[in-house]
Design a protein around this ligand. Structure first.
Ligand code: ZN
Length: 281
């Protein structure tokens, strides 16, 4: 099984990424939503829609839950495959089903903040945004015992100014995405799977929603197909820690010496990914 063979590689990179982080500001390694990619800036990256990475690792993210019925089904699927994912939860739903969020955290998944009631941040006052984030932070912390460090704004709607103060004042990294199967439009499991397979690259952050039955139905064959292509699943924070500086000039795969066996069919992620402009998220 390729997955069993390559798993230790991804884990090793996570560990070495931790060591690198201690010496180098994250802004030197990672995409800052298309800006600040290892240039003269010493500021840490505050927003990510994908991560520049040399290994075939990706982050699956599931928004808008927890759902009383669908999230536990997804957790069962993930557990059976030893896959770690990231859940961007809505505070109102956490308050209703804290035990599901607690289970997800206990089973090694990352829990991110997706606001209290899913408003468009770009249309809210700073005070209202702060309340949305902090109330959800409290609910997640009560359920899991751990403060979230990742925020995904509903619809991906957030201004540059909001990104900055939410990061500086509340300590959050802003997480968008580069793969969007538009699963919320219920296109059917096969289409969800095909869109994810077509768009996913090493370092991708894949968006979907654990509140739609069609998304959950799509996941077993999607996970299988991604694994068959050599991808490994990590949480968003792990993916960010694995970030490498974008190369000035991509070396041919045959000369780089860094390409994993079996990973040759996967092309590198672009060094800068534009922010999503869709009603997803
Ligand atoms: Zn959402």
């Amino acid at each position: 099984m390729p997955s069993a063979r390559f798993l230790p590689v991804c884990l090793a990179i996570v560990v070495s990424g931790l060591n690198i982080e201690a010496q180098t500001p994250p802004g030197r390694q990672a995409n800052a939503n298309g800006r600040g990619n290892g240039t003269a800036s010493e500021q840490p990256a505050i927003a990510f829609s994908a991560v520049h990475i040399d290994e075939p690792c990706i982050a699956m993210t599931f928004d808008d839950g927890p759902s009383a019925t669908l999230t536990p089904r997804l957790l069962d699927l993930l557990a059976a495959r030893h896959i770690k994912a990231t859940f961007f939860v809505i505070g109102e739903n956490v308050a209703e089903h804290p035990e599901i969020v607690a289970r997800a955290a206990r089973e090694g998944h990352e829990i991110g903040n997706h606001s209290w009631s899913h408003p468009n941040f770009a249309k809210l006052s700073d005070d209202a945004v702060r309340r949305q984030i902090l109330r959800t932070d409290e609910a997640i912390t009560a359920a899991t015992g751990k403060h979230p460090t990742l925020l995904r704004p509903p619809y991906g709607a957030i201004t540059a100014r909001q990104k900055r103060w939410i990061h500086d004042q509340l300590g959050y990294q802003i997480i968008l995405w580069d793969v969007d199967p538009y699963d919320w439009k219920n296109p059917g499991p096969a289409t969800v799977r095909e869109r994810i397979l077509r768009e996913t690259r090493p370092g991708s952050i894949v968006l979907s929603h654990d509140i739609h039955a069609g998304t959950i139905e799509a996941m077993p064959s999607t996970f299988n197909a991604l694994e068959a292509k050599g991808f490994k699943f990590v949480t968003v924070s792990e993916l960010i820690r694995m970030a490498t500086p974008p190369k000035a000039r991509p070396a041919p795969a045959s000369q780089s010496g860094a390409v994993l066996p079996g990973a040759g069919s996967i092309s590198p992620a672009p060094s800068a990914t534009p922010a999503p402009a869709s009603p997803s998220g």
